[in-house]
Design a protein around this ligand. Structure first.
Ligand SMILES: [Zn+2]
Ligand SMILES: [Zn+2]
Length: 141
């Protein structure tokens, strides 16, 4: 994802609204590798900006996704997760106990769809989720 300043310029060029509330979301997402939920972004933004609404957060994330600046992931944790790392192709590690999501920037060679299943279909993108438990959660069992 680009910096808050660059996104402000891009949003204006695209005729999209830029407000202090939206810029707060840009800043929160910039460099955040925790794959936050929209709700947690809202909670963090609200802590120092009382005038922000959940709807604004959703709309801003949606606009960022449409511009290709974030990915919105449904990893089966109940809430969609926002991933600002669109620069590097990566897979994910997911803790099924606490919902921790970590980038896995490795190439998984040999992952391919056999020709007989590929007919009439073109694969553009592969994302693998490794489910398990983080150390913190393993220790608590
Ligand atoms: Zn965990
Ligand atoms: Zn990621």
């Amino acid at each position: 994802m680009k910096s808050s300043e660059a996104l402000t310029t891009i949003f204006r060029e695209q005729g999209l609204r830029v407000t202090p509330q939206r810029q707060e979301i840009f800043r929160l997402l910039d460099g955040d590798d925790s794959h936050p939920t929209v709700e947690s972004l809202f909670d963090r933004a609200r802590a120092h900006m009382a005038t922000i609404s959940l709807k604004t957060v959703y709309q801003t994330v949606h606009d960022l996704e449409a511009l290709g600046e974030v990915r919105v992931l449904d990893l089966g944790t109940g809430s969609v997760r926002v991933d600002p790392n669109v620069e590097d192709d990566h897979h994910h590690l997911l803790c099924t106990a606490c919902g921790l999501v970590r980038d896995l920037p490795v190439e998984l060679d040999g992952l391919h769809v056999p020709i007989r299943y590929r007919r009439d279909f073109t694969v553009d993108d592969v994302q693998v989720i490794f489910r398990g438990r983080c150390d913190h959660c393993s220790d608590r069992v």
